[in-house]
Design a protein around this ligand. Sequence first.
Ligand code: ZN
Length: 288
Amino acid sequence: MPELPEVETSARGLRLKILGLRAVWVGGVDWPRMLPNTTEADLSDTLCGHTVTGVDRRGKYLLLGFDHDAWLCVHRKMSGNLLLQPRTIAPPLHTHLDVAFDDGTAIRFVDPRKFGRVYLFRSADERDDFLGERLGPDSLVDLDELTLAARLQRRKGRIKSLLLDQAFLAGVGNLYADEALWQSRIHPLRTADSLSRPEIKRLSQAIRGVLIAAIERRGTSFSASYRDAEGEPGEGQAFLNAYGREAEPCPRCGTRINRILVGARGTHFCPRCQPVRPRRRAAALRSQ
Ligand SMILES: [Zn+2]
């Protein structure tokens, strides 16, 4: 599933190419359920004749702003990709929305599994109300040790599950949660209230670190489904330390990476580097 680095990579690619372009045609909707708060006709009436003035990202949502403060808000879910192509090329299989611009290019929303969603908002306030109800602090822009410590206070859930909760922290999904927990040496089943302050600091730095590194690699195409705006895969898959590496040696200590289910999500970790019970706590228990 595209997570923050993949959406950020797409946003940066699109920003270079579509700012200032005018939408001239909207169509191609063959899956109305992907439009929870609008229709093809509504999109066409609202967007045609208007110029793209902003390309942004919040959590895993990609935002396209237009000159009259209308916003297209795209969540790619499992397999959605936004491709910028010449209109002369036929839309790829599984294209569910096509927005054409006055320079002869078009954005195609291509989503074989059909879980992706596209929303239309008529003002930044309407957009922010929607996103505010769903998203906690952005894990790239807003995250630091103090923010994470404050969010973890009074929470008792498993840290892995909390990291996947977009209302807790926006942008991290299954892959980067596993990588950040491996990086910070925290077992995925640890409870939020068991984390020490140094662990919280390590975790906040690890989350930002793995996201920034993945953005520099233009995202991770683990399941071969993610593509950037030009249709290219990312390069992050060659740099994974834990995710998808079940039974392979941990790059830090050589122990085999384990895979368990946490909240029905496949979760990868090193049982030696990421002990269920950290040494300091185990030592304290032994001395009792
Ligand atoms: Zn290890």
